[in-house]
Ligand binder design. Structure first.
Ligand SMILES: [Zn+2]
Length: 380
């Protein structure tokens, strides 16, 4: 074949042979002789990731007016995203009930775009009927389609017994609630503790996102509140709860509050096989750690990580359109970070901060963006 085509070209050097080989490929339709990518290890483009079905496994509709519903659903469709809308804050019972109403409204109208997680009252903590009311509220939620139950950082940081200390998540009074969730085959979504930055002064925090949050919400800034149990007391109580309920499926929010060190998180995932974590609001904490170490961690624990954002609708500040624009930006930046090895600017860490994307294999992206949520939240 080569001699036949060589007559078409001058010269006989290496470059001519390369051109001839290319021509051979074009004429015969043969690909160059290299091994095909191993199944699952091929990469995925940003467009492919944007187009495939995905679940944002940690998001909130806190408030929603009468207008804008179509715009919100259009954004989810544009990203082919389904939300797990997590209702939360048991110490603000009326607000929690309002969130449940909104979750039911959206889940009822758009079941393919919105699943939901319920929670329970903590305002009546200490009352004799607390346990029975909590079990009833959770059961009602399951009957109306909730796939999980949320516990929030108020346990450990806000909730107190009248004459003693803070109530921690491993308190035996939560036992019947956790047993009930397990008996119904549902999942506990546990935001317990805070990022380690919470217990540092503002100027020592590793990300701008944390710095601005604790500047805005000093009532949760552990560094300023020495009476609140410390970082490790929060993590340890969560770990004791996991050890005490090995049959309960638990998704730890925000990288399980071990966001600052993938080795520590890996240790917990090894120790507690029924424990997974979502990435909500903590991708920037991956980005300040060593790239290769983070990439190896994600590939190693690819069955235990769920994509999530903590995207929120209903903050009193900002228009709905502004919130939708922010979501769009978050989703796009995350696609680039996880799917490509592009250099990306991450102002969430600090102005001008750059990070190289992880270029994760397609099979891993499918798991963390979709398949893991189906397994860790059955019925989602
Ligand atoms: Zn959240």
């Amino acid at each position: 074949m080569r001699s036949k085509h060589s007559a078409l070209l001058p010269g006989t050097g290496i470059s001519s042979l390369i051109v001839l080989a290319a021509m051979f490929s074009v004429i015969t339709g043969c690909a160059s002789p290299q091994a095909p990518p191993q199944k699952g290890l091929e990469s995925m483009t940003v467009e492919e990731l944007a187009g495939m079905p995905k679940i944002d496994a940690h998001a909130h509709i806190m408030e929603f007016g009468d207008s804008g519903e179509a715009d919100f659903i259009a954004l989810l469709k544009k990203h082919n995203m389904k939300w797990l809308d997590i209702c939360t804050i048991g110490t603000e019972w009326q607000k929690l009930r309002d969130q449940v109403s909104l979750a039911l409204r959206f889940h009822g109208r758009y079941p393919d775009r919105l699943a939901w997680a319920t929670s329970f009252n903590l305002e009546n903590w200490g009352d004799p009927e607390w346990e029975s009311s909590a079990l009833r509220e959770i059961g009602d939620g399951f009957d109306r389609g909730a796939v999980a139950v949320k516990v929030w950082k108020e346990i450990g940081m806000v909730l107190r017994d009248p004459d003693s200390g803070f109530v921690m998540i491993d308190d035996p009074r939560f036992g019947p609630v956790l047993d009930f969730i397990e008996s119904r085959g549902k999942t506990l979504v546990a935001h317990i503790g805070e990022p380690r930055n919470c217990w540092l002064p503002l100027d020592s925090m590793t990300t701008e996102g944390d710095r601005s949050y604790y500047r805005d919400f000093p009532q949760y800034h552990g560094y300023l509140l020495p009476e609140i149990p410390g970082y490790w007391e929060q993590v340890d109580s969560r770990d004791r709860m996991l050890a005490g309920h090995p049959g309960l499926r638990v998704v730890g929010c925000h990288l399980g509050s071990l966001e600052f060190d993938v080795d520590l998180l890996a240790g917990r995932l090894d120790k507690y096989p029924n424990f997974a974590v979502d990435l909500a609001g903590r991708v920037c904490h991956f980005q300040v750690q060593d790239r290769e170490k983070v990439r190896s961690f994600i590939i190693g624990y690819q069955d235990r990580l769920l994509y999530g954002t903590d995207n929120l609708i209903g903050e009193t500040t900002g228009s709905l359109q502004g919130q939708l624009d922010r979501m769009d930006r978050v989703y796009r930046l995350d696609y680039s970070y996880f799917a490509t090895d592009d250099e990306l600017e991450v102002p969430e860490v600090r102005e001008g901060f750059q990070v190289r994307g992880l270029a994760l294999p397609a099979a891993v992206l499918r798991k963390i963006y979709y398949e893991n949520a189906l397994r860790w939240y059955p019925g989602i």
